[in-house]
Design a protein around this ligand. Structure first.
Ligand SMILES: Nc1ncnc2c1ncn2[C@@H]1O[C@H](COP(=O)(O)OP(=O)(O)O)[C@@H](O)[C@H]1O
Ligand SMILES: [Mg+2]
Length: 239
């Protein structure tokens, strides 16, 4: 299995002397489906921003497919659903318009989408089960459906690595479950490397092969079934 992501001895500080990550070693193989969990403020978002090359480690190295993450040559193959993704501007964008923006970003295109781009947009909308809502304004959809529209936006770029940061924020429990099973299905169909980042991993626990708990450093890395009971305790998980 080839290595998609590799962090070696990564530390990170937003302000000198205040490390939010310290001594992080992480290797993720191509095609893995991994949950990254841990308490709020534990460093999850910072960690994935380093993985994606959006921040550079203060110490240590971050690589994507063997290249330095911040200079990765195939940036368009990275799909990122940022924490608290919101609709840009106040235009009442439809699902198709939102998803098309993902295709524009991927192709670096200016001007109209080509036929293949339009096909990929339609395919992504169907994959997330929003086929009947393609021309519906996203703002009128439920939280869970909006998140699926944002996932379709990321999928339209045909990512080889898909990072979803807190994708279930503001989504009811039932939609969390269906989002998790949607991701599991996409993972098996597309073979993409998926990182599911959340302070709450219950919804994906049954689907992921690996759980990485981040609390300034990696405090657990293994199959969710091997997680010591103490980490299930809310006073630790959400401290
Ligand atoms: N842009 C920033 N500037 C300064 N501090 C930040 C910034 N982003 C996050 N932090 C701090 O870094 C720590 C880790 O934050 P974050 O990576 O967002 O954790 P998580 O995603 O697990 O909640 C927190 O203490 C947070 O306040
Ligand atoms: Mg976060």
């Amino acid at each position: 299995m080839s290595l998609a992501i590799e962090l070696s001895s990564v530390s990170f500080a937003y302000r000198a002397g205040h490390h939010v990550l310290e001594g992080v070693d992480l290797r993720i193989g191509e095609g893995a489906f991994v949950a990254i969990a841990g308490p709020n403020g534990g460093g999850k978002t910072t960690l994935v921003r380093i993985i994606l090359g959006l921040e550079r480690p203060s110490e240590g190295t971050a690589s994507l497919y063997g290249e330095p993450a911040h200079r990765f040559s195939r940036r368009r193959t990275l799909g990122y659903l940022a924490q608290r993704s919101e609709l840009g501007g106040d235009a009442p964008a439809t699902v198709r318009e939102v998803v098309s923006a993902g295709r524009l970003a991927a192709g670096g295109l200016l001007g109209p989408l080509r036929r293949r781009d339009r096909e990929l947009v339609t395919e992504a909308i169907e994959r997330v089960g929003l086929g009947d809502f393609a021309d519906t304004p996203v703002q009128t959809l439920s939280g869970g459906m909006q998140q699926r529209a944002f996932i379709a936006k990321a999928l339209a770029g045909e990512p080889s690595i898909l990072v979803l940061d807190e994708p279930t924020t503001g989504v009811d429990a039932e939609s969390q479950e269906s989002l998790a099973s949607l991701l599991a299905r996409l993972h098996s169909e597309l073979g993409a490397t998926i990182l599911y980042v959340s302070h709450e991993f219950g919804a994906v626990e049954q689907f992921v092969e690996r759980l990485v708990l981040v609390r300034r450093t990696i405090v657990f890395d293994g199959p969710p079934q091997a997680l010591p009971g103490v980490w299930h305790d809310p006073s630790h998980a959400h401290a």
